[in-house]
Design a binder for this molecule. Structure first.
Ligand SMILES: [Zn+2]
Length: 282
């Protein structure tokens, strides 16, 4: 497998089309045998387009990009490969405007590519599933419907329908990971959790009904916000996510979280969960 190229031209010759890139990615990812990116099992069906696969166990369809830095993007792999080559071979930081011009993509896309590649470069576990104690929470991103231009308004504002749903998942002491999900349905949220967290881990969420069922595969103690249990998880974990998303939307810092009001049931549940530090609620 040739993976060193002296020039961009050599790279383009080695990867004349998208299929050549997919084949390389397959050779790298499945060098020890084929596996499903969702359930990690090995019964994989190949579709005739040579791009799509299906797991014989969990029945999910997927491309070879799932679980890599190329996931959820429409940018062709050839352009990704070119971007990687250019970044690796530039003596200085490459500007998104330069990348955009050379790859014939928009500056917005170039910025995204650079951002994701830099993130991948400094994140050792980018491709590794999360384990141990993992928090998951959703947040709705996007402005108010009334502030949007008429052409962008969707009309339905109930339950954050007009906003983008972002699922944040973070491993205790690890890097946060934010995933865009099409909607707030259990199937999508739990699918992303199962895709990113190893079975048997402790997944901590709020009492959102969309997470009901995670207990089949994970240790899953939920927090009841309405009963004043903000942050009960924090007592055991010293929240790391609070500043990043809305797991404890009222909380601004770990210190605040630890001092906040918790119900007795939350403390009991925490102890059952194995918490070592359960501060008395005020
Ligand atoms: Zn599977």
């Amino acid at each position: 497998m040739v993976t060193n190229f002296d020039s961009l031209f050599d790279l383009m010759e080695a990867f004349p089309d998208e299929q050549a890139c997919i084949d390389l990615l397959r050779a790298i990812r499945w060098r020890d045998g084929e596996f499903c990116p969702y359930c990690k099992r090995n019964r994989i069906y190949h579709f005739s387009d040579r791009k799509t696969f299906k797991c014989g166990e969990c029945r999910q369809r997927f491309s070879i990009k799932v679980g890599t830095i190329f996931e959820d993007t429409k940018l062709p792999l050839r352009k990704w490969f070119m971007a990687i080559w250019m970044i690796a071979n530039q003596p200085k930081n490459i500007a998104s405007t330069t990348l955009a011009k050379d790859l014939k993509i928009t500056q917005k896309t170039a910025w995204f590519v650079l951002h994701r590649l830099r993130h991948a470069a400094r994140t050792p576990s980018f491709n590794a599933p999360l384990k141990g104690d993992v928090e998951a929470d959703t947040t709705f991103a996007g402005g108010k419907e009334k502030n949007k231009h008429a052409r962008d308004q969707k009309g339905d504002t109930q339950g954050g329908a007009s906003k983008v749903v972002v699922l944040s998942i973070i491993e205790r002491g690890g890097e946060p990971s934010a995933k865009h999900v099409p909607d707030h349905k259990a199937k999508n949220l739990q699918g992303k959790v199962r895709q990113n967290v190893v079975r048997g881990a402790a997944v901590l969420t709020d009492e959102d009904k969309a997470y009901v069922g995670l207990g089949n595969d994970y240790t899953h103690p939920a927090v009841n916000h309405s009963a004043g249990e903000y942050c009960c998880l924090a007592a055991s974990l010293i929240r790391t996510q609070s500043s990043q998303c809305g797991l404890c939307s009222s909380a601004k810092s770990s210190a605040y979280i630890l001092g906040c009001r918790r119900s007795a049931s939350a403390a009991t549940r925490l102890k059952r969960f194995g918490a070592t530090t359960v501060a008395a609620g005020k």
